[in-house]
Design a protein around this ligand. Structure first.
Ligand code: ATP
Length: 616
């Protein structure tokens, strides 16, 4: 029972959510539930009075007009209550549905608001991510279900007590027994509920994996590769394996619950039949009137069905109680504080003068890892300069870009812009300073206008600015050829969607980054999907856009890298060389090696080569 009571700890927050959603509907639904709960007992009671009255009018030999005069008002009340009990369910269900809609919208918005305010690192934390998915999947309707079950319990209890009241008025111990059975069965039902939840909770990660297998097989982006590698059967097999495991557990628990329910039902029915026998016996002896006989029979049937329903409601409320913790655990995840850190500015800092970006001894390891991926990185880029970051895969290039975008703020050392530390800016202030195209940029399944306009939320509808960015990125020719120009829906998720090629998407992403008049422009592998001609054009325009500003890009194509003012070569998170192309080539170090390897491979591809083996 302690475990059961523990699950109630979120109730104040649930009711505060319900309260915030709509006070009017909150009270209306409670009132209608209590009212509907009273109606069955009222009907039984009126039936008893009516039938007993008819019976007594036979024996007392009343004339018709006297009978009608006394019978009329009672029957009118009976008729009104019958009509009310017929329509109350309909009215209650309608208002419940409206209220449920409002509540699920409030919760969805809360979840999204929470997601907006989480740090980037939170999304890389599997525990928080699991929690977000759980909250998204089923926690949105759980608070309402709890409310509904609580209402069901209130309604059921009102019905059960009022119906039991009719029987208690006859024989107190009968009503008492009818109340005792559901209470005594509650504990075993709740115990099974707890087990079901535990099984469900433990399988959360596997469940997510199962969902992922389904996602792999049913999402357009993956189908190409799945078909090529004929992975369908293999992935389906993994899905089925997990399903069989879950099914065996579910079946076991469902059968266990059925056994408990059966015991409870049989016990209740034995008691009900026993009492019905007693009613018949007493009525045969003439101890109770015929109206009371009918009323006691009805009261028994009603109390039996109500207590069964009550049991289900208690079970389901408990289940929802257990699941609701996931929603509030997610709401309690620490949010990213957008308070700038009051850092002591470095000695060398000269305030807001134009010193550009300075990395001073920056070391960094990703959250929950022990390995430094950047080690004592120091460099400077002055306004008006362009910098290329090069190095082998995994050397730390994108990590530098992520730090510059303020996605992680737990690093050692200092990152300064014009002498002021990056963390002393608010996230909002910093977002006005910087713009970027990431390696894995987003392909928004929206129209072209939004795909570009999203680069600057203040100008997201400014067609002139969007067209200018399109021209600078070289995407205006692509847009001109689209069926509805800027209004063309992109991607394949929605009707009339137009799918762009990889390079065309990349140009649109570059246009998006040019929407902002920023201080720092970053392109992380911006030309990976571009043909050589487009690549040259993109870099020419990049130099134009970043005139007087700071331009940083990452590229594995040394043809583009050689035109930047400065090149930083990274290896295992350390800067191993820096300087311009000529200097680094003369140095014959890491850069020269990487450059020559690439140049050589270009030359080699021009030599005709025989691709068949000598044995064939
Ligand atoms: N989110 C992350 N969590 C933990 N480790 C990460 C994360 N992202 C990257 N790393 C690790 O950090 C190191 C540097 O990665 P980074 O993405 O900066 O390399 P890169 O030089 O940009 O590589 P590439 O040329 O392949 O894009 C790698 O060892 C990588 O495994």
């Amino acid at each position: 029972m302690r475990e059961v009571f523990k699950t109630f700890k979120y109730w104040p927050r649930i009711f505060s959510l319900l309260w915030q959603t709509h006070r009017g509907y909150f009270f209306l639904v409670i009132f209608l539930n209590i009212f509907s709960g009273l109606l069955p007992a009222l009907l039984i009671f009126l039936t008893q009075i009516l039938v007993n009255y008819v019976q007594s009018s036979y024996s007392e030999d009343l004339d018709f007009s006297t009978s009608l005069g006394e019978f009329g008002p009672i029957f009118s009340v009976f008729a009104i209550v019958t009509i009310l009990s017929g329509i109350s369910g309909l009215i209650l269900e309608t208002f419940k549905s409206i209220y449920r809609e409002l509540l699920s919208n409030v919760i969805n918005i809360k979840i999204m608001n929470k997601a907006i305010n989480l740090s980037y690192a939170s999304f890389e934390n599997d525990r928080i991510y699991d929690n977000l998915q759980r909250a998204r999947q089923d926690a949105t309707y759980k608070p309402y279900q709890i409310f509904e079950k609580v209402m069901g319990i209130i309604q059921g209890t009102v019905t059960l007590f009022s119906v039991a009241g009719i029987l208690i008025a006859w024989k107190w111990w009968i009503g008492f027994i009818l109340l005792l059975i559901p209470i005594s069965s509650a504990w075993s039902v709740l115990k099974v509920g707890q087990q079901i939840f535990q099984v469900d909770y433990q399988r959360a990660t596997e469940k997510r994996k199962q969902f992922y297998f389904m996602h792999l097989l049913t999402t357009d982006a993956n189908v190409k590769e799945i078909k090529t590698f004929q992975l369908g059967e293999l992935i389906l097999g993994k899905y089925k394996g997990l399903y069989q495991k879950f099914f065996a557990q579910d079946k076991f628990l469902l059968l266990k619950r059925m056994k408990i329910d059966l015991v409870f039902q049989i016990l209740t029915l034995i008691v009900v039949v026993g009492i019905q026998l007693l009613v018949i016996y007493e009525s045969l002896l003439g101890l109770i009137a015929i109206g009371s006989l009918i009323a006691y029979f009805q009261a028994m049937t009603t109390s039996q069905t109500t207590s069964t329903r009550l049991m289900y409601n208690i079970f389901e409320m408990h289940q929802n109680n257990l699941y609701i913790s996931q929603l509030f655990t997610f709401f309690d995840v620490e949010e990213e504080t957008d308070r700038p850190l009051s850092l002591k500015q470095p000695e060398t800092s000269n305030g807001f003068t134009n010193t550009g970006i300075e990395f001073v001894n920056v070391s960094f390891k990703y959250p929950n890892t022990n390995h430094y991926v950047l080690k004592n990185v120091s460099f400077q880029i002055k306004p008006g300069e362009t910098l290329a970051l090069v190095g082998k895969n995994g050397s730390g290039k994108s990590t530098i870009v992520k730090l510059l975008n303020r996605l992680y703020t737990e690093y050692d050392g200092l990152i300064l812009l014009n002498g002021k530390e990056l963390r002393s800016y608010t996230a909002k202030e910093w977002s006005q300073v910087i713009t970027a195209v990431f390696q894995d940029f987003v392909k928004y399944e929206l129209d072209v206008k939004d795909n570009i306009g999203f680069g600057n939320f203040e100008k997201s509808d400014d067609i002139h600015a969007i067209n200018e960015s399109a021209i600078l990125s070289g995407s205006s020719e692509i847009i001109e050829k689209l069926p509805y120009g800027l209004d063309t829906q992109l991607g394949k998720w929605f009707a009339d969607g137009y799918q762009l090629s990889g390079g065309q998407w990349q140009r649109i992403a570059i246009a998006r980054s040019y929407m902002k008049n920023a201080e720092i422009y970053i392109l992380d592998e911006p030309t990976a999907a571009l043909d050589p001609e487009s690549e040259t054009e993109v870099f020419k325009k990049f130099n134009e856009v970043t005139k007087g500003k700071i331009g940083i890009f990452i590229s594995h194509r040394y043809s583009a890298v050689q035109y930047t003012d400065n090149i930083i070569v990274l290896k295992d998170g350390r800067i191993v060389e820096q300087g311009n192309h000529e200097l680094l080539i003369r140095k014959k170090g890491e850069y020269a090696k990487l450059y020559e390897t690439q140049a050589e491979s270009y030359v080699k591809t021009y030599r005709p080569q025989k691709l068949v083996s000598s044995s064939s």
